[in-house]
Design a binder for this molecule. Structure first.
Ligand SMILES: Cc1cc2nc3c(=O)[nH]c(=O)nc-3n(C[C@H](O)[C@H](O)[C@H](O)COP(=O)(O)OP(=O)(O)OC[C@H]3O[C@@H](n4cnc5c(N)ncnc54)[C@H](O)[C@@H]3O)c2cc1C
Length: 436
């Protein structure tokens, strides 16, 4: 059915590749049968969750079968005694969080796409999110996996335990492998006790650099926040326009800080945080104690991506990470490049862990502008690697970041990646054309 093909031909990159067929897996036997048939007839197979990936990982670049997991969405087990969940890959991230919270448990990884993204997609991309600053990324919560190789054979990796050093850590290899090594059909996840209290703050600054320095002072001041998110002036203005509101013209940057823990811990951390706020002398500062107040502040942060998409025809969305202490320097470097090359660059992201979403807003029809973009990206990636950072913190490589792999890896590392791929998928049928 052509409509289905069209609906599964794109993701959040806006790139489009029409598959030859789409199959909705409902049980693991559907997965196994599909893989066996594709292997036998040399048909590419592309696993797909919700299709909100930012790097084209779920796109059928060489045609083939798109295997969609949204109907394989059962939460199989929530184990309060052992702090565990077992889920199928199509479970929506927010649904797992809500189900866990109902029984006093907590699944921390919180990509901004959490109301749509699937656990399978999160595992395949090793997704992060605001709370990952304190709690770690998806990989920190995956205890075990069940998956199918392209041959249709089933593998069991990891265990139901936190400690496990038996054999090579193939589970770790699969996490973040972007659906290129095996297809995940079950995920065993670690849960935590739900923190009883949360406070959210928004602190506004008159310069970008002051906001970036504040992030560092909060970390160095032992506040131990769960979240340290940053939004620059362009992000804020775009969100206000999107929401039909007007912002304070003095504000050039805003920092969102969440503190969680027991009431006593939260009180202690809030006092430490307040010391840093007083030292930084921000333009203004807001405290959200209730869930409803906090959702209003979160809404601004979560609206940035759709809001900035309206600024220019295309968003080149980079996902660089630098060591935390280098953030102010990196932010100033990018600001200077934007001014020198007359480009609209929007910065926001998870500054607590050094992850700067660097969005170059461009018009692809403007050849002259695209030449300047190429120079700026080259300089940014070179500086990121010089600082000891990485070209992607959470969005993965997929299709769109492939051209930048050489900044981070030499021929030997690239050869090892290819050799590993051959061990799992010798005929290059599973999600071909991704990563390298
Ligand atoms: C507005 C917006 C905000 C975002 N915010 C964040 C953020 O804060 N943090 C973050 O990390 N990411 C973020 N992302 C990126 C994206 O949402 C994540 O990468 C997410 O994990 C993708 O999940 P998905 O279910 O849509 O996967 P898809 O896009 O469908 O697939 C992603 C990859 O996973 C593979 N895959 C899917 N299911 C399986 C499976 N069962 N077995 C093997 N491979 C599989 C696919 O082949 C593909 O390579 C954001 C995206 C958007 C659009």
């Amino acid at each position: 059915d052509r409509e289905y093909m069209l609906a599964y031909s794109y993701d959040a990159t806006g790139l489009e590749y029409l598959p030859d067929a789409v199959l909705f897996a409902e049980h693991e036997r559907d997965v196994q049968n599909a893989m066996r048939i594709c292997q036998r007839h040399s048909i590419p197979l592309i696993p797909r969750g919700a299709g909100v990936g930012y790097t084209g990982g779920s796109l059928a670049v060489n045609g083939g079968l798109v295997l969609v997991f949204t109907r394989m969405n059962r939460i199989l087990l929530l184990d309060k005694e052992n702090f565990l969940a077992e889920v199928e890959p199509g479970v929506i991230t927010a649904d797992l969080q809500e189900a866990a919270e109902k029984i006093g448990l907590f699944y921390p990884p919180d990509p901004a796409s959490l109301k749509t993204s699937t656990i399978g997609g999160n595992v395949a991309e090793n997704a992060g999110g605001p709370r990952c600053f304190k709690y770690g990324v998806t990989a920190n919560y995956v205890l075990g996996l069940e998956a199918f190789l392209m041959s249709g054979e089933k593998i069991h990796l990891g265990a139901h335990t936190i400690k496990n050093v038996a054999g090579y850590d193939l589970k770790a290899l699969l996490i973040g492998s972007e659906g290129t090594l095996a297809v995940v059909t079950k995920v065993i996840l670690r849960l935590l006790p739900l923190p009883p209290r949360r406070l959210l703050f928004r602190v506004d600054f008159s310069t970008l650099a002051a906001g970036a320095r504040f992030v560092q002072s909060v970390i160095q001041g032992h506040v131990q926040p769960a979240v340290l998110e940053f939004m620059d002036k362009s992000s804020l203005q775009a969100v206000y326009a999107y929401q039909g509101m007007s912002g304070d013209p003095r504000v050039q940057a805003a920092v969102l800080v969440e503190i969680d823990g027991s009431p006593a811990e939260v009180a202690e951390r809030e006092a430490l945080f307040k010391e840093q706020v007083d030292k930084a002398a921000p333009v203004q500062y807001e405290r959200a104690a209730t869930f409803a107040e906090q959702e209003v502040l979160w809404q601004t942060r979560r609206s940035i991506s759709p809001a900035i998409a309206k600024l220019k025809p295309k968003k080149i969305n980079e996902d660089i990470v630098v060591p935390g202490g280098r953030i102010p320097e990196m932010v100033e470097f990018i600001e200077a490049l934007a001014a020198e090359f007359n480009l609209c660059i929007v910065l926001f992201g998870h500054f607590g862990d050094g992850n700067i979403h660097t969005n170059l807003m461009v018009d692809p029809e403007d050849g002259e502008e695209m030449k300047r973009v190429a120079i700026v990206l080259d300089r940014i990636f070179k500086r990121v690697i010089e600082m000891g950072g990485t070209i992607s913190g959470e969005h993965g490589i997929g299709l769109s970041k492939k051209p930048f792999m050489h900044y981070q890896f030499g021929p030997l590392e690239m050869r090892l990646f290819r050799d590993i791929k051959k061990v799992f998928d010798p005929d290059n049928l599973l999600n071909p054309g991704k990563i390298f």
